[in-house]
Design a protein around this ligand. Structure first.
Ligand code: DQA
Length: 141
């Protein structure tokens, strides 16, 4: 079982970026926790972050060749990107949308997601545990 954890724009700044919203863990801290959890669940976890929409699309296309599932936090592209939605539809492997913050308790523009309808599920508002729960759901099938 191979799981791809994909992080979108600005998530490289976790730890210092609005910690009251996104928590104090860095991206490396989160990735390490997920790799550790993957070991416990018998899943190999590969992580990638990009600030670029096209690079995220390329990574999703590539995942089609090797991943059994994707945990994806598209950051701000969640609310805008038809191209990411199309990429998720095209790859035909389960993708779970995750957000650190509770997007529904924030500005109205964050309530809309371009990708939710083409994802297997969605988890928001639980900090890094949003990722952990998504990983567990994919690993346990
Ligand atoms: C986010 C929520 C988005 O609205 C925001 O643009 C982000 C992070 C989250 O994890 O809570 O960059 O995806």
């Amino acid at each position: 079982m191979k799981i791809f954890v994909l992080h979108g724009p600005n998530l490289n700044l976790l730890g210092t970026r609005e910690p009251e919203v996104y928590g104090s863990l860095s991206l490396d801290d989160i990735n390490n926790k997920l790799i550790e959890l993957g070991d416990e669940l018998g899943a190999e976890v590969k992580c990638l972050q990009s600030n670029h929409e096209g690079a995220l699309i390329d990574a999703l296309h590539d995942a089609r060749k090797w991943a059994d599932g994707v945990v994806f936090n598209p950051g701000g592209y969640t609310h805008t990107s038809v191209a990411l939605r199309d990429a998720i539809s095209a790859i035909q492997i389960p993708v779970i949308e995750v957000h650190l913050s509770n997007v529904y308790a924030r500005e109205e523009f964050r309530h809309a997601s371009m990708i939710s309808a083409v994802c297997k599920g969605k988890i928001a508002g639980l900090g890094w545990k949003s990722y952990a729960l998504a990983l567990r759901a994919l690993a346990e099938g």
